[in-house]
Design a protein around this ligand. Structure first.
Ligand code: ADP
Ligand code: MG
Length: 213
């Protein structure tokens, strides 16, 4: 079982959107995957409920109490993949989740506030590694609008003094991400092949990094 935790204490960073995308991509590849919704706000659960039981989409399980997360995640050991969508201000649960994760994926939007806001999760990952913990981590730029100055500044990576790699994959700002979630669908059921390609690339890059271990 491999656990990808999508984390950033900044609200609205794009965690749920990317978690849903990755879980759907794996599901369509025939992998055994569960999407764990550890955000009490329950966005991923709302999305899955909107879709209905028979939908060709991965299962979403809510685990948002710090005590239940650790054992709850262990219960999925027969899965190939667990994707964990996490809340903003995750202080009580982040430690447990980082501990269980093989990869901490940090979505980052192109603005100074978002770069500064990422320091909280960077510090948590850093402390975990300082204590001998082993986890891969990476930033993925998201909601990028090609051709904008802020977009280019994030993509060139010079902002990154955090000691955590920036992935080559990029998620752009696309209506289809919003609309598919509102409609209880996956991006793969839309005609937006650029969006599908972005999520597939992101998944492949994470898989390649994890295979290197
Ligand atoms: N790549 C994207 N393109 C367009 N809208 C996006 C994208 N990613 C996220 N959003 C929108 O931004 C808002 C916050 O995204 P969300 O995934 O809920 O973030 P978080 O889970 O980190 O709070 C939502 O309204 C979502 O639809
Ligand atoms: Mg969310």
């Amino acid at each position: 079982m491999k656990v990808i935790a999508v984390m950033n204490e900044k609200g609205g960073a794009g965690k749920s959107t990317i978690s849903i995308g990755l879980a759907c991509a794996l599901y369509r590849q025939g992998e055994r995957v569960v999407l764990v919704d550890s955000d009490p706000q329950g966005s991923a659960r709302d999305w899955r409920e909107t879709a209905g039981e028979g939908a060709y989409l991965p299962p979403v399980i809510g685990l948002d109490k710090p005590d239940s997360i650790k054992d709850g995640l262990k219960a999925f050991s027969s899965m190939d993949w667990v994707i964990v969508d996490t809340p903003a201000k995750a202080a009580k649960t982040s430690g447990v989740i980082i501990n269980a994760a093989d990869f901490v994926l940090i979505p980052l939007q192109p603005s100074g506030l978002d770069v500064w806001g990422a320091s909280a999760i960077v510090n948590l990952v850093g402390s975990y590694k300082d204590m001998g913990g082993q986890v891969e981590a990476g930033f993925v730029p998201t909601r990028i609008r090609p051709g904008t100055r802020l977009g280019s500044e994030i993509l060139d990576g010079e902002w990154n003094e955090y000691g955590i790699r920036q992935l080559n994959s990029v998620v752009c700002d696309r209506e289809s991400y919003k609309k598919s979630i509102t409609d209880g669908k996956s991006i793969f059921e839309t005609s937006d092949s650029a969006a599908k390609g972005e999520i597939d690339c992101l998944l492949e890059e994470i898989q390649t990094i994890l295979k290197g271990n």
